[in-house]
Design a protein around this ligand. Structure first.
Ligand code: GDP
Length: 463
């Protein structure tokens, strides 16, 4: 085994020679990360064979020779379960892979022939691609770093009367009986924290996205640990700051404030420091169609969540992120996933809607000069585009098999190409059906524009 320092040095040299790239995939739960990474690995492994990657010049020009998996660098990060994902897709009937729940990694070595202008004696080259997948929920925690416990509690006051607040009713009833100055009762605190986490889980189940703290939803090995046992205290105000700060260490307030700080120092910051700031490129996946199907309150909630999430890519010199971690992502893609849920002529509208949803963050990114591209794609296409004749008209349609196994031919509706207005919601003109993956007859997985995403993310390294 090589000495770790030599290995790091080797990696550093490879990076300097443009031969190594760390590409991260993120998005909120069910945005399609597992499907994307599975398909990406599958396409690259079948490159030069059956994969359809016409939008990736190296593949179109026959220069992409293939990819193999090799042992990853960081042994502390779980390996992305590619084989399990492929077995699910190859089952009879095919199943969607189990989603990953935390960070995972996979290392590929891609072989290619340089393009003619760089060609020196027909040699081949290798690019080491480190792929990472991590929950977008973790990025929702970045804004926490701009808060202390008091200001965070204030920012979390639920909007009374909305559906989302209703899901926190049990927690709210319990927390309103608490006195911040009272001596802490650990067991009671754990119970109320569990009500808070249950509220977050129920909100996610109900289709809401803007949920903090992110680790409460995906606790992994931290489930039940006191660091995840805190919650905001309703009713405390800036005017109480001095009084609250003077409370003894054993008080409920001081205990919650300590746990909040611990969460920031030991959970949020290490993720940014040890992983995030080392990514070179990033793709953020967004299930725009799912949110569109879920109605106005959830759609607006997704929009808020994305605004929060995108703060992690705000490289303005004075941004929280730049001050704390100096990240170095030099290229970003934002993709509306599951485009195979709509007919092909709707795809451009889907990108329009994604851009409208991310208008503010995109403006900031362009201002900060971070190259960013918005696109729509289907990592694993589960439908086929058809045309149907109706009363002398030719109409676009989709054919697919529902999860229950029923074959359908349908027109799911029109996607608005800007933020939907009240009239759109009143019409409810969009039906989203979950489809079963298509059975695979060997070869690469069918996709829509995954090659375009690949071109933006790694294409320049394959010239
Ligand atoms: P994750 O939680 O972000 O890893 O999301 P997954 O990759 O597990 O995707 C969630 C679900 O979305 C899957 O189980 C599929 O039902 C659906 N899905 C993901 N990608 C696609 C796609 O390209 N096409 C279709 N039709 N469905 C998809």
């Amino acid at each position: 085994m090589r000495h770790p320092l030599t290995r790091e040095l080797h990696d550093l040299l490879e990076r300097g020679r443009d031969r190594q790239l760390r590409l991260a995939v993120t998005g909120l739960s069910r945005s399609g990360k597992t499907a994307f990474l599975t398909s990406l690995v599958n396409q690259l492994r079948h490159a030069g064979l059956e994969a359809r990657l016409d939008l990736l010049p190296a593949a179109r020009e026959g220069r992409l020779l293939g990819a193999r998996r090799v042992a990853q660098q960081d042994l502390g990060v779980p390996r992305f379960p590619y084989d399990q994902a492929m077995s699910a897709l190859d089952a009879t009937p095919p199943r969607w892979p189990e989603p990953t729940r935390g960070i995972s990694e996979l290392r590929l070595v891609i072989r290619y022939r340089p393009s003619r202008r760089r060609l020196l004696g027909g040699e081949t080259r290798e690019l080491t691609l480190d792929l990472f997948d991590y929950p977008g929920e973790w990025l929702l925690d970045l804004p926490l770093l701009g808060h202390d416990y008091l200001s965070w509690s204030q920012a979390q006051q639920p909007t009374i009367g909305c559906e989302r607040a209703g899901l926190f009713a049990v927690w709210h009833d319990a927390v309103s009986t608490l006195d911040p100055a009272s001596e802490v009762d650990e067991a009671r605190l754990a119970e109320i924290a569990e009500h808070y986490a249950a509220g977050l889980r129920a909100a996610r189940e109900a289709g809401f996205s803007d949920l903090q703290p992110g680790r409460f939803l995906l606790p992994g090995e931290l489930a039940g640990a006191p660091v995840l046992q805190f919650f905001p205290l309703p009713g405390i105000a800036e005017a109480d700051r001095d009084t609250l700060a003077a409370l003894p260490a054993q008080s409920l307030y001081a205990t919650l404030a300590r746990r909040f700080d611990h969460y920031l120092q030991h959970i949020v910051k290490p993720f940014y420091r040890e992983h995030f700031r080392r990514f070179d490129r990033q793709i953020v996946l967004v299930d725009v169609l799912g949110a569109l199907n879920a109605g106005p309150e959830r759609f607006e909630d997704l929009s808020r969540a994305l605004a929060n999430l995108m703060q992690s890519f705000d490289y303005g010199r004075r941004s929280l992120l730049s001050r704390l971690f100096a990240p170095r992502i030099d290229r970003l893609a934002i993709a509306a996933t599951k485009a195979d849920h709509v007919t092909p002529e709707q795809h451009a509208r889907l990108v329009g809607l994604l851009e409208a949803l991310l208008a503010e963050p995109l403006k900031d990114l362009r201002f900060a000069d971070v190259p960013v591209r918005a696109l729509s794609l289907a990592s694993i296409r589960a439908t086929e585009a058809r045309e149907v004749e109706q009363r002398g008209e030719t109409l676009p349609a989709l054919r697919g098999t529902t999860l229950a196994g029923e074959e359908v031919l349908m027109f799911p509706g029109e996607v608005p190409n800007r933020l939907p207005d009240a009239a759109f919601w009143a019409r409810q003109g969009f039906t989203f059906t979950a489809f079963r993956p298509l059975p695979r007859e060997g070869g690469a997985l069918p996709h829509i524009r995954l090659d375009s995403a690949l071109d933006w993310l790694i294409g320049d390294k394959l010239t």
